[in-house]
Ligand binder design. Structure first.
Ligand SMILES: N[C@@H](CCC(=O)N[C@@H](CS)C(=O)NCC(=O)O)C(=O)O
Length: 312
């Protein structure tokens, strides 16, 4: 039932309200029984109202954008934003911050569900046996859901032709992919080992930090990881940015969003970022504005909270 309503809403929202209204009336008139008629009318009525709102919004936008000479021409109904998207996320996480920043910067009309404490529930596991967030739900996906922050950004950028964030040209795209794989495979594990103990996040099985080892050994492992960060971090500067403001050139790419979000965690250990990295993060925030600042605020708020707890 909920599924049918969502389907009907998103489809009809892209069509003019008059057509949708006609269809709704036709559909409501068809069913033989009263109960059926009620059930059929409900989602369509909601869909019609939403479609009417979307059309009005689109009409306003078109009217605003129209040059004077064509101002009298009938406004073309277009959805103001990209179609709705469901995102399950955890606010303190930079993996999640990545997709939250991207979704805002790309103008998705997405709904965020806080999955705190729910990722290992039977309902979540049935959809996502890896119990990982960020996770999006999209009916075009073979299994209905997708996790892994970079894969989510790649998918959405591909699906909606967002070349500004993820260039189509194979060589340019390869650099973005390389930067993201290098981050997730090499830099991030160091960042996790160095920061997760301070963040109060569990580490992965097999890690010293996860074991029964003596606290001194755990502290050594944490320090070793923190000192290992500098080398791969420098690679993003010297190789991937190569004198440009961002890995993506003059505009942030999905690899830049992934990198800047990752670096946010380092504040929890007072990591001494090189000046270029501080400038780079400031430039990301300046360029993306609230799209960056709002999800970053959740991560920063969590860091401030754990730090205040540590002091108390
Ligand atoms: N490589 C993944 C990492 C995702 C991840 O580790 N997610 C954590 C939060 S930071 C999570 O959802 N953990 C919940 C759980 O394992 O139950 C990505 O980039 O999306």
């Amino acid at each position: 039932m909920a599924k049918a309503a969502t389907k009907s809403t998103s489809k009809s929202a892209t069509k003019p309200a008059t057509k949708t209204a006609k269809r709704a009336a036709k559909a409501a008139a068809k069913p033989a029984t009263k109960a059926k008629a009620k059930a059929a009318a409900k989602p369509d009525a909601r869909a019609t109202a939403k479609a009417a709102q979307a059309t009005a919004r689109a009409a306003q936008a078109t009217a605003r954008a129209a040059p004077k000479a064509t101002a009298k021409a009938a406004p073309k109904a277009k959805p103001a934003k990209k179609p709705g998207l469901k995102l399950s996320m955890l606010k303190p996480s930079v993996n999640n911050m990545t997709v939250r920043v991207f979704a805002r910067a790309a103008g998705f009309d997405h709904a965020e569900t806080d999955a705190w404490g729910l990722t290992r529930s039977p309902e979540f596991l049935a959809r996502n046996p890896a119990h990982l967030t960020p996770m999006i739900e999209d009916k075009g996906l073979p299994r209905g859901v997708l996790w892994e922050s970079c894969a989510i950004m790649q998918y959405l950028a591909n699906k909606h032709g967002l070349e500004k964030f993820y260039p189509k040209a194979p060589a340019k795209r390869a650099m973005i992919d390389s930067a993201m794989f290098y981050l997730v495979g090499t830099l991030y594990p160091y960042v996790a080992r160095a920061t997760y103990p301070a963040l109060g996040f569990p580490q992965y099985a097999g890690e010293v930090g996860h074991s029964d080892a003596h606290p001194d050994r755990k502290s050594e492992a944490q320090k070793a990881a923190a000192s290992a960060i500098a080398e791969p971090l420098e690679v993003f500067h010297s190789f991937f940015r190569n004198g440009k403001p961002f890995i993506g050139g003059s505009n942030p790419s999905i690899a830049d969003i992934r990198l800047a979000a990752t670096l946010e965690f380092l504040a929890v250990i007072d990591y001494a970022l090189p000046q270029w990295a501080k400038d780079y993060m400031a430039a990301m925030e300046k360029k993306l504005g609230n799209a960056y600042a709002e999800p970053a605020g959740d991560v920063r708020g969590y860091i401030a909270y754990v730090r205040s707890q540590a002091k108390a």
